[in-house]
Design a protein around this ligand. Sequence first.
Ligand code: AMP
Length: 282
Amino acid sequence: MTSQIQQRKPKKQWSLQDFEIGKPLGKGKFGRVYLAREAKSKYIVALKVIFKEQIEKYQLHHQLRREMEIQTSLRHPNVLRLYGWFHDDERIYLILEYAHGGELYRELRKTGHLSEKQAATYIASLTQALAYCHEKHVIHRDIKPENLLLDHEGRLKIADFGWSVQSRSKRHTMCGTLDYLAPEMVENKAHDYAVDNWTLGILCYEFLYGVPPFEAESQKETFRRIMKVDLSFPSTPQVSAEAKDLISRLLVKDSSKRLSLQKIMDHPWIIKNADCTCTCSK
Ligand code: AMP
């Protein structure tokens, strides 16, 4: 298995000796992430350390390889860069762009909910990053606040391409996190790029209200609410009619009728509220 996680076309054969390791940044399902500095250039990165044993145990080598291949090929200001990777007998190391601001999730939990300007800026960043990914035939499928990081300027970065898929055809695997799943994924039906557009609607709601729209006591109930598109807007916090309009146009059961990424960028709420200096790649 270990030979399957080798770089195919190494630009440089990195090793642990090339890095000075700093403080731990966080712990994920399959390993830890450390602040690190490339010894020669002093360039700051985040080093994700994954134990091969864990990957073998859960037979995730294909998924990890896919994550690594997809992420290295993507270059967008709102997509976290994966600069390279290397491994030793026991571990795999991913050399990632350092996101100084940490998880957007933490910010959301700290403040309860975001302002319309902040929410619109993040939604515009995400929309542009997804438009770029979709152009490259990449569907992310696991966009949720935990997978959204912030850099030192507060710019949003999509991370964790573990569940993403590179394909031109409709997909059939059930994956992703419950609250963020589109109805076609809940039903285990074929799905395409429009699953990410649904998730933008979920996130927009969660940014503004602090909780995802179909949250429920049990998984079964969340499934039911998603399938019914049981959407309601609480009276507090107060949210503008334009924001609700955008959410309602994204949380549409028929995936072909969801607002396109281009139309999200042209939506009056985005135009009025998004700070483009923070988002636009142009
Ligand atoms: P993960 O294994 O990707 O879930 O990462 C675990 C935690 O480490 C995340 O929740 C973040 O708080 C932190 N982390 C991961 N990647 C980075 C990064 N590139 N920059 C800063 N913090 C990170």
